[in-house]
Design a protein around this ligand. Structure first.
Ligand code: KG4
Ligand code: ZN
Length: 342
């Protein structure tokens, strides 16, 4: 008999619901919140209000697109954290009451673990190769930058992480300094495609082990542009593409250096990327180049599984369902990761 899991994701500014049948995605509906764009970042109060408006229509559509009835569901998986508490409350409250109403198990999911396990979700008509354990996953999003050694679905070791800003923040803050809208990552990516990455150079941070730091880069971009603007008011408009390409190149250099070191030191050649920043075209090709350069097997998620989505919650839910790991009605959201990474 097949297992049907409904996944619900509401940790930040995307309301998403997905149905999977065993490991195959039947639907993955995502409602983005335009409301934050004019504020240059996510406004928590507006995010939770939008989740409240979106959640029922999004779940309804996910069931419709999957062409199943709610009574066929085996369990409901929801993001418990980390994320914005007000946003998480909407998804978790809905998941709890729906599971009570349907009398089916409830499964709590850690958002970061789900970004990694998104690699195991299959599309209906074409099965993709999945990473073999142990693999290294570079998880890069708006809130996190980590290198994780994944030994199995539930056994993960944190090798390194950012000591300040996340890679996504480095993109978003650069965009903000350049007066570009939020989220800046996709815009910088687009501009960078037509720019000269060697035009401007920014210093690389010196951080120990496999840890990252991005706050210094943000400051040097800020000071560099401030100085250039003193000489020419229109410096940013005139050099937008080259600035974007140079900053993006620096972020990718920072990310790749530690990842390559971790791969060499552990001897692991199965390399995956996950999280919103894994949508970046420059990072995707840098990882892919590792195949030729270092003999890696690389796993780069399809675009819809890079930024926040509920298919990753549903697939992680499936593994927990199979392991019999259920949650009771008392589980309250958490803002910081509680996922036990060794
Ligand atoms: O995983 P995600 O959707 O949300 C969090 O869990 O944080 O990641 C969002 C982040 C944002 O910082 C956004 O600017 C960045 O991912 N991002 C990108 C690209 N697409 C999204 N950064 C660089 N290039 C992109 N193409
Ligand atoms: Zn995320």
């Amino acid at each position: 008999m097949s297992t049907y899991i409904l996944g619900i994701e509401s940790s930040c500014d995307d309301t998403s619901a997905s149905i999977i049948k065993d490991d195959t995605i039947l639907s993955n509906v995502i409602a983005n919140q335009e409301v934050h764009h004019k504020y240059g970042g996510v406004v928590p109060e507006l995010a939770s209000r939008s989740h409240q408006q979106n959640i029922i229509p999004v779940i309804h559509r996910a069931l419709q697109e999957a062409n199943i009835n709610k009574n066929q569901l085996s369990a409901i998986a929801f993001t418990r954290g980390p994320g914005l508490l007000g946003s998480l409350l909407v998804g978790s409250s809905f998941a709890k009451s729906f599971s009570l109403g349907l009398n089916i198990p409830l499964i709590e999911i850690d958002h970061l673990q789900a970004h990694i396990l998104a690699h195991f979700a299959q599309k209906p008509h074409k099965r993709i190769a999945t990473p073999k354990f142990p693999f290294l996953c570079l998880t890069v999003s708006g809130g996190h930058s980590q290198i994780v050694k994944v030994n199995s679905y539930f056994d993960m070791e944190l090798l390194g992480q950012t000591i300040d800003d996340a890679a996504g923040e480095a993109f978003d803050k650069t965009a903000k300094i350049m007066s570009l809208p939020y989220p800046g990552g996709p815009i910088i990516d687009k501009l960078a495609k037509e720019g000269n990455k060697n035009r401007f150079t920014f210093p690389l941070p010196k951080v120990a082990n496999y840890d990252y730091s991005f706050s210094g880069l943000k400051t040097s971009v800020l000071y560099f542009l401030r100085d250039e603007l003193k000489k020419d008011d229109h410096f940013i408009e005139k050099n937008q593409k080259d600035i974007a390409a140079s900053v993006q190149y620096t972020i990718i250099e920072i990310l790749m250096k530690k990842l390559v070191k971790a791969a060499q030191d552990t001897g692991i050649k199965e390399i995956a990327i996950a999280g919103g920043v894994s949508a970046n075209s420059g990072l995707r090709s840098a990882i892919k180049n590792g195949e030729k350069r270092y003999g890696w097997n690389t796993y780069i998620p399809a675009f819809e599984f890079t930024t926040d989505n509920a298919a990753m919650i549903a697939i992680t839910g499936l593994f927990k369902y199979q392991a019999g790991e259920f949650t009771d009605q008392k589980a309250s959201p958490y803002a910081r990761s509680k996922f036990k990474i060794k």
